[in-house]
Every structure is written in structure tokens, then in C-alpha cells.
Write a protein that binds this ligand. Structure first.
Ligand SMILES: Cc1ncc(COP(=O)(O)O)c(C=O)c1O
Length: 385
């Protein structure tokens, strides 16, 4: 968001910038979804709704997961929230407290750890490694469990790495969590943005292994290009969802009424727009990867999900040049007018995150500028190798 604000400032000052910072789809919200919001307005559906969301939307959420993942949840096990962010926040505040440790994997989306701290609990980080595509290993997560462990948060597809957790790894985590009474919170906000046919039925795995201690957090933001509408959901055992409902009832109350109607349409209508956007992201990902591969100092793999290329630029850094990936990002913006997010934002110094939620033309031009920038700034010995 900081990168986006800088881009806005520069653009207002008349500077042309290529923005690889965006954490949101560049597509318009699909027409049928917008039409449902218009209808809701026309029908004066503009009053308070139940704080935890309208029954029609809770059902639409539960039906979507039944159809896609084969899991069964009742209305009392679903809450509608202001984005996936509030679903995660409700979970952190209701499940975690002082003295609790909550394990998650790094690099990570920073909100996850900040929310743990807002609950006065302590984040415990398990590093994933670029060599194996930032895979999340159950062994590493479970080795971090102590008597104080209260929760494990898994984000798959992961922002910023694009990595997916393997079903078998999650099953091992789920079985251990069920035995030890540990909560599992899964951030599924990018669940519809997976490029290849890989098994990724995380709700199904957790329903089998750890249903009583699992909260699934999802969102309409990325799948349906609805980031500004603010709608997500949490699904879990009725007592945990009731606690989240009490918190929400006394804080923000219901998600905007017309947004809720729009999301009913998103979830129950044709899913073709989701597939079309995914196809477009895939072709951008493949092109971007091919362009960046022209310089071996930009080390990256094709992400399995989400819409970010996470690139190791440590070969371009040096003590007497660009020292950090923050320096890299600042200098790139200053001299080449390309904005992107340095890895420090995700606890991954030495990396940059390129969002390909932007047009092919922008990706082509931005990659060319990036390659030129690297040629000009790489330390001499690395450039020679
Ligand atoms: C990993 C991850 N989880 C959750 C969210 C929350 O998105 P929203 O609140 O718009 O649903 C984001 C947004 O960028 C994200 O990157």
C-alpha cells in the first residue's frame, strides 16, 4: 500500500511510472456482480443487516465450499466479514491472547503477524526456502510447537511467494493440531488463483483431520476482482464463529448491505470470469518469467498461485552499491520509474516482489527497464560471471 501511495503521488506530479506493486487485480469487477449491486440499491437494500451477514450469503459461501471442496457447513458456522483481513483479525482476537504462541511461515504477508501481536500473542516464524520453492514442511512447523502454541496460520497460495502447501503436509499438521488442541487458521484469499492442476483441497483435508479446530478464511477480493467492496468470510466451528460474531457485532457490524448482495451473485453465478482472469494471469506469469530469465541475476521460479513473482536479487546487491532490496526498489523507482515491493516488507531481505496484476504491455516495458537497471547496477564480479 505504501508503494501504491508513492506511485499515486508521482503520477499526480505528472511522472509516468510502471506499477508492479499492486496487491489487487487490475480487472474490473465482472458485470453480473455489479448488476446485482445496482439491483440491491434499486430495491433499497440499504439498511443494517445481521452483523454476521445475511443468511443468503452465508448459504452461498457454504454452498460454494460444498461444491468445490466437498465440505459441509451450516449457517451458524459462517460469518461474513469486511474482507479476508477481518476474517483473520476476528480469528486472531478471539482465539489468541497473552502468553500464546502462534506459528506461521516466512516470508509472510505482514498483516498476519501484526494481527497476532494485536491479540497480545507472539508470532513464531518458520522459514521456508527458495531452493524448494518456499514449500511449507509439516516437520518444520511441528518442530516449532511448544506447550504455549495456541495456533498455526497457513497461507496458501502464499503472498508473496506464490507457494502452495501440499495436502499431505497440511494433513500431518492437522492431525498433530487435533491431538494437541491447537487451532489452525488458513488464509485462502488466493485459493481461486492456482495455475496448474495440483491437489489443493485444504478445506477437505482439514475437515477430515481437524474440523473442530479449523478456521477457513476466504475472500471475494482477489477471485472476483472485488478488493474495494470489502467482503470475505470465516468458516469454522459454531462456537468460534459466534465469538467472532460478538466481536464484529460490537466493532464494525455488518459488511455493506449492497456488497453482500453482489457477493451472493459472485459465488452463485457463473464462475467463468474467474477462469478467464486466471488464464490471463497465467499467460502474464509465463511471459514475465521468460523475460526475467534473460538475466541469471534475477533468480525466480514460476509461482504456483496468486499473482506475484518473488525474485531473489541478492546477486545484484553489494556493499559499495545497492546494499539492500529496499535500496534496489528505491533506486529502481528513482531512475527507471518502476515501482515494486522490496522483500523486507515480507521479512525476506534480498528479494523483490513483482505483481503481475497489470497489463502485458506494462510487464514488457517494466521488465525491459528492470533488466537494464540490473545491467547498470550489478556488482562487477557478478556481472562478469
Ligand atoms: C495473503 C493475504 N491474505 C489476505 C488478504 C486480505 O485481502 P482482503 O481483505 O481484501 O480480502 C490479502 C490482501 O492482500 C493477502 O495478500
Amino acid at each position: 500500500m505504501k508503494v501504491t501511495a508513492t506511485v499515486d503521488r508521482l503520477r499526480r506530479a505528472g511522472v509516468e511510472v510502471i506499477d508492479f506493486g499492486a496487491g489487487e487485480p487490475d480487472f474490473p469487477t465482472p458485470t453480473s456482480i455489479k448488476a446485482a449491486a445496482h439491483d440491491a440499491l434499486d430495491q433499497d437494500f440499504t439498511k443494517y443487516t445481521p452483523p454476521a451477514g445475511i443468511a443468503e450469503l452465508k448459504r452461498a459461501v457454504a454452498d460454494r465450499y460444498r461444491a468445490d471442496c466437498g465440505v459441509d457447513y451450516t449457517d451458524a458456522e459462517v460469518i461474513i466479514t469486511a474482507g479476508g483481513k477481518q476474517a483473520l483479525y476476528n480469528s486472531a482476537l478471539t482465539l489468541f491472547g497473552p502468553g500464546d504462541e502462534v506459528i506461521t511461515h516466512a516470508p509472510y504477508w505482514p498483516t498476519l503477524t501484526e494481527q497476532i501481536k494485536l491479540a497480545d500473542a507472539m508470532p513464531v516464524l518458520v522459514r521456508t526456502q527458495p531452493e524448494d520453492g518456499f514449500a511449507i514442511h509439516a516437520r518444520a512447523i511441528l518442530d516449532a510447537v511448544t506447550p504455549r502454541t495456541r495456533g498455526i496460520i497457513v497461507n496458501s497460495p502464499c503472498n508473496p511467494t506464490g507457494a502452495l502447501i501440499a495436502e499431505s503436509e497440511l494433513a500431518a499438521i492437522g492431525e498433530a493440531a487435533a491431538r494437541q488442541g491447537i487451532w489452525i487458521v488458513v488464509d485462502l484469499c488466493y485459493e481461486k488463483l492456482i495455475y496448474d492442476q495440483v491437489p489443493h483441497n485444504l478445506p477437505g483435508v482439514l475437515a477430515r483431520t481437524c474440523r473442530d479446530r479449523t478456521i477457513l478464511c476466504g475472500s471475494a477480493s482477489k477471485a472476483y476482482s472485488m478488493t474495494g467492496w470489502r467482503c470475505g468470510w470465516a468458516i469454522g466451528p459454531a462456537n468460534a464463529i459466534a465469538a467472532a460474531g460478538a466481536l464484529q457485532s460490537h466493532s464494525t457490524s455488518n459488511v455493506t448491505s449492497i456488497t453482500q448482495k453482489a457477493v451472493v451473485q459472485a459465488l452463485t453465478g457463473s464462475q467463468a470470469p474467474v477462469r478467464e482472469m486466471l488464464d490471463e494471469y497465467r499467460s502474464r506469469r509465463d511471459k514475465l518469467h521468460a523475460w526475467l530469465s534473460a538475466d541469471p541475476r534475477l533468480r525466480c521460479r514460476k509461482p504456483a498461485g496468486a499473482f506475484y513473482m518473488f525474485v531473489d536479487v541478492s546477486d545484484v546487491l553489494s556493499l559499495d552499491g545497492l546494499r539492500t532490496s529496499v535500496d534496489f526498489a528505491d533506486a529502481l523507482l528513482e531512475s527507471a520509474r518502476v515501482a515494486l515491493t522490496p522483500g523486507e516488507a515480507f521479512d525476506a531481505p534480498g528479494f523483490i516482489r513483482i505483481s503481475y496484476a497489470t497489463s502485458i504491455d506494462n510487464l514488457r516495458e517494466g521488465s525491459a527497464r528492470l533488466l537494464e537497471f540490473v545491467r547498470a547496477h550489478a556488482p562487477r564480479e557478478a556481472a562478469a560471471s
